[in-house]
Design a protein around this ligand. Structure first.
Ligand SMILES: N=C(N)NC[C@@H](O)CC(=O)C(=O)O
Length: 371
């Protein structure tokens, strides 16, 4: 098949290349081993399947949404306005199509994962970049857009909107009659993202949507749901466009999400945070003394880590790693409005077994020291 050209590839095309490699540190999906508690759920699958087949799907949806969102501190979500999707990117496509019926421009956080700008541009929307520092510092939003889209915690930086900043953003969007859209796919990793976003959004009166993702947390072989949650006054045809795309997700996956969320609530989430922190430590310890290397996101606790390469180009390092069947992501494509800004950094996935992560960053260390 055609060779993937690094510069013209999107990040997901680079993630495809990594899928069959032992040392795949590219995608942000959960590929660590199952914990004992999760293994016990997998052993229950026949019973879980029977339960999913027997129960009304609306009960399974309600229970899955409740277990997952309560786990993450989201107690005020509107239970009647949650659309279950096969993946968060499906939710993203539905939102993009809905936005395109009402506006021609979106202010989007920069940098962020490139399938978000790609999906928005794919429906013809013009994008205005919003850099993280001004966004978090409270700079006024760009005018002339119909939506402000923020990934929080952001990918790959891990930057989180505080409750105060979210309230101020929502107030500004309400004043300007602009939709505030959040992608909170990485929120499971960061307790600072567990304040009740829905309480703030609902009380602000602004038009809003939130995309949630169960797929980043647990190694369920991508058995997951993306959620598209929206305000009563959103003024977008999200439910109608949802019906163009799907009737609903698998009841079995809803039952699985509920059980994994319950396991997480009884200690699993804290264990996951410790697991990811150890992965981050492995990266810092293995690469920390390499000349020119730095870790720009000192506060980040999400399941990916950015590595600054000093004066080295990420394309060269990415290729040298690929020759060793080791995969990471170049940061160029995250900088969707100015790829040059990502030219000297990489992203390493941390939701991996510590042995494979250690082996991969040792290869990265050797490539970096080879000069
Ligand atoms: N639909 C797409 N493109 N899926 C890839 C996405 O899930 C990977 C991701 O979010 C990450 O690696 O950070």
């Amino acid at each position: 098949e055609p060779a993937v050209h690094l510069r013209s590839a999107n990040l997901t095309e680079l993630e495809y290349l990594a899928l069959n490699s032992e040392l795949n540190m590219a995608d942000g999906h959960a590929r660590q081993e199952l914990t004992d508690g999760q293994q016990r759920i997998v052993e229950e699958f026949p019973t879980l399947f029977e339960k999913a087949a027997a129960q009304p799907v609306e009960d399974l949806e309600r229970e899955a949404h409740r277990a997952f969102l309560h786990l993450l501190g989201q107690h005020s979500y509107p239970a009647g306005r949650v659309l279950s999707c096969y993946a968060s990117s499906v939710a993203m496509e539905i939102l993009a199509r809905s936005l395109a019926t009402r506006t021609d421009a979106v202010a989007l956080v920069h940098p962020t994962f490139d399938n978000i700008p790609d999906i928005l541009r794919g429906v013809g929307l013009r994008l205005v970049p919003v850099e993280e520092d001004p966004l978090h510092a409270g700079a006024p939003l760009p005018d002339g857009v119909g939506c402000v889209f923020v990934t929080t915690p952001n990918n790959p930086t891990g930057r989180v909107l505080t409750a105060e900043r979210l309230a101020a953003l929502a107030a500004e969007c309400r004043e300007k009659d602009v939709v505030l859209a959040l992608d909170t796919s990485f929120r499971g990793f960061d307790p600072r993202a567990h304040y009740d976003h829905y309480a703030i959004l609902e009380s602000s009166g602004c038009r809003w949507t939130v995309i949630e993702d169960t797929g980043k947390l647990w190694p369920t072989l991508d058995l997951k749901v993306g959620l598209l949650v929206y305000s009563a006054n959103v003024g977008l045809p999200v439910a109608k466009i949802y019906s163009d795309i799907l009737l609903g997700v698998s009841p079995f996956i809803l039952a699985l999400v509920e059980r994994f969320a319950e396991d997480a609530a009884s200690g699993g989430l804290a264990d996951l945070h410790a697991f990811i922190a150890e992965g981050r430590r492995i990266v810092h310890e293995t690469l920390g003394d390499v000349p020119g290397v730095a870790f720009p996101d000192a506060d980040s606790v999400v399941s990916v880590e950015r590595v600054d390469l000093g004066d080295r180009r990420c394309a060269d390092i990415w290729s040298a790693l690929q020759d060793r069947q080791v995969y990471v992501l170049p940061c160029t494509q995250f900088h969707w409005a100015d790829p040059g800004l990502g030219e000297r950094s990489l992203r390493v996935a941390l939701a991996r077994s510590h042995t494979s992560l250690q082996a991969a960053v040792r290869e990265l260390r050797s490539v970096l020291l080879a000069g």
